[in-house]
Design a protein around this ligand. Sequence first.
Ligand code: AMP
Ligand code: DBH
Length: 541
Amino acid sequence: MLAGCSSWPKDYSDLYKREGCWKGETFGEMLRDRAQKQGNRIAVTCRDRNVSYAELDNRADHLAVGLQELGIKKMDRVVVQLPNLIEFFEVCFALFRLGALPVFALPSHRSSEINYFCEFAEAVAYIIPDNHAGFDHRTLARSAKDKNEKLKVIVTGDAEEFVNLADLYIDSPKKVEAKVASSDIAFLQLSGGSTGLSKLIPRTHDDYIYSLRVSAEICQLDKDSVYLAVLPIAHNYPLSSPGIFGTLYAGGRVVLSSGPSPDEAFPLIEKQGVTITALVPPLALRWLDAISTRDHDLSSLQVLQVGGAKFSAEAARRIYPAFGCKLQQVFGMAEGLVNYTRLNDPEEIIINTQGRPMSKYDEIRIVDEEDRDVEQGKVGHLLTRGPYTIRGYYKAEEHNAKAFTLDGFYRTGDLVSMTSTGYIVVEGRDKDQINRGGEKIAAEEVENHLLAHDAVHDVAIVSMSDDYLGERSCAFVIPRQKAPTAKELKQFLKERGLATFKIPDRIEFTNSFPKTPLGKVSKKALRQIISDKLNNRITLK
Ligand code: AMP
Ligand code: DBH
């Protein structure tokens, strides 16, 4: 086991094995098996390129040789920041063959996040596209290399001074096949974070593949399924719920879209016969708006998943009439637990709930401030434990003591209620996080950056409600003598290399913060202030 990871106590791992959740599968074997059984079938389509299971298996073998020659070995951490490209699959499976661990960064991350991932995970390599969405990722590599000159940078496309990924596919008679146990960590996922920086989430082959198997079953995936990936595939939701990996598990086909716009996605659905895709709520709204003016034939689409943030019942009700396919609500987290509405659930369940746990071995508790179970139907804090929910973040002993109960339940930070039939309704959140249309922002992380500005005395960031994104971020700033402008502060954050989605949508200057009876900053009161202001009820002093 990788140092810094907590595993399940033996009685639980025994239980999960005995009950057939953990079957001893690994990612390396999974691809090998599909390649042997259905090598000619297409695994991934990207633009005009179709890659079969056999080809993907081969390409991963070849790349594993090249990565090994570069010095990457078992247990090494490799920060992978790739957009929706076939190379993402090749890189992941090559690393799995080596027993090296991808750390999944998102394409929107910038130097502040990347430097931290590289340093904290003690990464030996960093894999990037040359340019993506108008941004040159090699600038991030230079910044990361300044901090650690030994870091190997591998680039798809124009590598400039770095290693070109294309040069690492080496056809060797001797295959790389590190001894990987199913109980080993397969990769590190990212949490949205609530205290300071994102935490890293170690996921094992056993636990993740179990979640893929059950997700694929619930979403009724099979070899004829075609999953369209419009969200960035490194994110846990399109990666695993059932996402691209769940689709490969089922032997289906993944179609990659470079982005979520209806202009790109609708023609792909029609042309490729897409059967299932996954959206966050703001995109579902955008697709709903677009559909009335387009004449693409989307009749192949059977399931439209919406998750990552709360989907309003009002919008949920519009999905079937507009798309003629089933809506599936997905409430999940990279730490583990995923809830789905089932495809044959009654309409009212699908519209009004965020689903129920995917596994009968998921344990759910809904508790009050003192960790006592609330009455059925009442709102409380969601705690969970189960065969694919981690028992601790990577190298975070102190934080783990707060984020997990003594008996191993993860404190999700979500406020939920449960219906009499066991479905979960997300009612709010008690973590210091903003959910900006599915993109999570840890308030403290951004506050710390702003506090580094000379003219900022104090800062508190809260969510403000937004019709389209659900929430946006608002920073309340107490300036020092000479007040900065909002524009200056945003530019400052950008220059510090913060991902754009974390830059506050709005900055309010104030002389003091409202306090709780205990003297802490009352974020609840700040949320009320900005809400009143947006509704023109008060003017800020
Ligand atoms: P993370 O822990 O960063 O993977 O983010 C997971 C969090 O996203 C959950 O704990 C929820 O706060 C939020 N979330 C995900 N899906 C939904 C959903 N369908 N409805 C409401 N919140 C969601
Ligand atoms: O928001 C998430 O992190 C999320 C949402 C839906 C997730 O990780 C998942 C499904 O697996």
